[in-house]
Design a binder for this molecule. Structure first.
Ligand code: CMC
Length: 432
């Protein structure tokens, strides 16, 4: 037996195996704990629980390290494209030229959305949030395209995967066009994945969209940075739904719903709304910092803090530089960027934020970047979702192939009323 931990309960000692990951992190394996001791562990929010072994993404929250399949996020953001990074996450290795060409052809071949789905898009109220539309439509995809059967040829998996990657991007652009009451723009075979998206969003019959390669490259980086983040809330939701053997579309749809929350992906929208609120208040940042520190106030500094990072999020650094570059290039003077920079400077010097290890996260600068591209605020989290798809898909694949696969079913400690008798309706007291 390898390394073990000793647990002593009522004087009785239990040996628990220690599992070590390839980057040296350790976990106490409690798989047999209940069987041996009759007890379970208690870990609200799963802050101390590894729910699986995974070979996809490594995060060191103390040192600010993020790697996809072993490659650092800084290198991928600088040198890769979103499509190549998606291939890396899903297949485990960077593609060679032939593999990349094939993947790109599949993405192009599957970029159209079934015309019958248009009726669904058109019937949503104009005020519907695009994340609600996206999660419903991804679930609806299952009705139009078959799910992956149990035993599948590699090609069938590739088609389902590329279908999702490609169509979700098209569906996001459709929901935007419909919300504006504008004519739909179809995907084009001659454009790259991000260029196609920008074109579907912003091309109009009266003003053709001019593709700017610097913006395309920035959008590539944006999506690369969002592509995966190991067992975050939406990925955990997707794995949980998938663990019941629900189909891939349903699992992704669940991931989208979780991502929508303002403590997770919805933070990018919430950050911009907060910066706007500060701007419109005309009172500067101080009252907002004071509110964030007040235990009796539920207000939080959106875009700050992270469950795993206890230092600066490496993605926030890249995002901040990118914001600066794109705003400069486009000669945009965004007062919200100034507020964000002041907020960051003040928070990083403030004892409360220092003591709580609260640093800017990925979402802090991402809204300002998206705004500079012309993306409306309510579409920000959809942009996150498009980027997170390769991660979700790779986690879904890994979980269904996991030899330790089990339906996810946590335990609880019941602390409600103990056993009592049923009281017939006519014997129950009316409350005063
Ligand atoms: N502003 C003020 N105080 C905060 C903040 C914040 N943004 N974040 C955490 N704290 C405090 C919190 O009040 C608590 O204080 P105390 O121990 O004195 O009661 C302490 O820090 C620990 O907070 P927690 O909520 O227990 O930490 P968590 O790991 O459960 O939550 C988080 C992580 C990201 C939900 C949280 O930091 C937060 O709400 N941040 C704002 C929302 C946000 O930016 N979310 C995006 C996360 S990154 C990208 C993504 O996941 O999509």
């Amino acid at each position: 037996m390898g390394e073990t931990a000793k647990l002593i309960i009522d004087g009785k000692s239990y040996e628990l195996p220690i599992v070590t990951g390839s980057e040296g992190e350790k976990a106490i394996d409690i798989t047999k704990l209940r069987q041996a001791t009759g007890m379970v562990t208690m870990d609200p929010g799963f802050a101390n629980t590894a729910s699986c072994k995974s070979q996809i993404t490594f995060v060191d929250g103390e040192k600010g390290i993020l790697q996809y399949r072993g490659i650092q996020i800084e290198q991928l953001a600088e040198q890769s494209t979103f499509v190549e990074t998606a291939y890396l996450l899903i297949n485990g290795e960077l593609p060679n030229q032939t593999e990349l060409n094939r993947f790109s052809v599949l993405l192009n071949d599957h970029s159209l959305v079934h015309e019958d789905m248009r009726a669904f898009f058109e019937k949503f109220p104009r005020s519907a949030h695009p994340m609600g539309i996206l999660s419903s439509m991804v679930n609806a995809l299952r009705a139009f395209y078959p799910e992956i059967p149990e035993r599948t040829e590699e090609e069938e998996v590739n088609i389902t995967v590329t279908r999702l990657l490609s169509k979700v991007r098209t569906m996001a652009a459709i929901s935007y066009k419909i919300s504006r009451g504008h004519k739909l723009v179809y995907p084009r075979h001659d454009l790259s994945y991000p260029a196609n998206f920008l074109n579907m969003m912003f091309d109009t019959p009266v003003r053709p969209y001019l593709i700017d390669e610097d913006l395309v490259s920035a959008l590539n980086k944006f999506w690369i940075m969002h592509a995966d983040h190991e067992q975050n809330c939406s990925t955990a939701a997707l794995r949980l739904v998938g663990s019941a053997k629900a189909n891939l579309y349903a699992a992704i749809s669940a991931g989208i719903c979780a991502l929508w929350g303002p403590l997770h992906g919805g933070a990018n929208q919430a950050v911009l709304e907060m910066l706007n609120q500060i701007y419109e208040s005309g009172r500067g940042i101080a009252p907002f910092i004071a509110r964030a520190k007040d235990r009796n106030d539920s207000f939080r500094l959106m875009g700050f803090g992270h469950r795993v990072y206890k230092t600066y999020d490496p993605r926030a650094k890249i995002m901040k530089e990118m914001c600066d570059r794109i705003l400069n290039k486009m000669s945009i003077n965004d007062p919200l960027l100034d507020i964000a920079l002041n907020l960051e400077e003040a928070a990083l010097k403030d004892q409360y934020f220092i003591d709580h290890n609260l640093y800017p996260n990925l979402d802090f600068y991402s809204g300002i970047f998206l705004r500079s591209l012309g993306i409306p605020t309510n579409m920000f989290t959809v942009m996150f979702a498009i980027g997170r798809l390769p991660g979700w898909i790779s986690h879904w694949q890994e979980s269904i192939e996991d030899p330790d696969w089990k339906i996810h079913r946590p335990r609880q400690i019941y602390n409600g009323l103990t056993k009592r008798d049923y009281i017939p309706l006519d014997k129950r007291r009316e409350s005063n």
